[in-house]
Design a protein around this ligand. Structure first.
Ligand SMILES: [Zn+2]
Length: 122
């Protein structure tokens, strides 16, 4: 397979247990090491409720984050199975308007909210 980030060819290790299973991978092991996924939590106190921000990467890189959809969907499913209201964003930037929107959404939903994003812009 060809890595979608660095365009290098790579192979998935096979054993007798997964010899005939088709597995797709988009990112090579070297790129997984180069762009490690570190799930970061941050909680913001809104007017009444709270907003929890979960980002998969600490800093914004120039890579296409869509190839990390397996990890993203695992985090989403763990939140979804717990009945959490989740907002999806690619990148997040803290602005005054952003806090206002979060406050409005939490008041409309009448609950705490969780924002799942790939990275937070400085
Ligand atoms: Zn790669």
């Amino acid at each position: 397979m060809k890595c979608k980030i660095c365009n290098e060819r790579f192979f998935i290790k096979r054993s007798i247990l997964n010899l005939f299973k088709e597995e797709k991978a988009y990112i090579c092991p070297a790129c997984y090491k180069k762009y490690p996924i570190t799930i970061n939590y941050e909680t913001i106190q809104l007017d009444i409720y709270k907003a929890m921000i979960i980002s998969l990467f600490k800093t914004k890189s120039r890579i296409d984050y869509n190839y990390f959809f397996k990890e993203y969907s695992k985090v989403f499913l763990s939140l979804y199975n717990n009945g959490v209201k989740v907002i999806f964003l690619d990148d997040l930037k803290y602005t005054y308007d952003f806090y206002e929107y979060l406050d409005c959404i939490s008041k409309i939903e009448k609950s705490d909210i969780v924002i799942l994003c790939f990275s937070i812009k400085d």
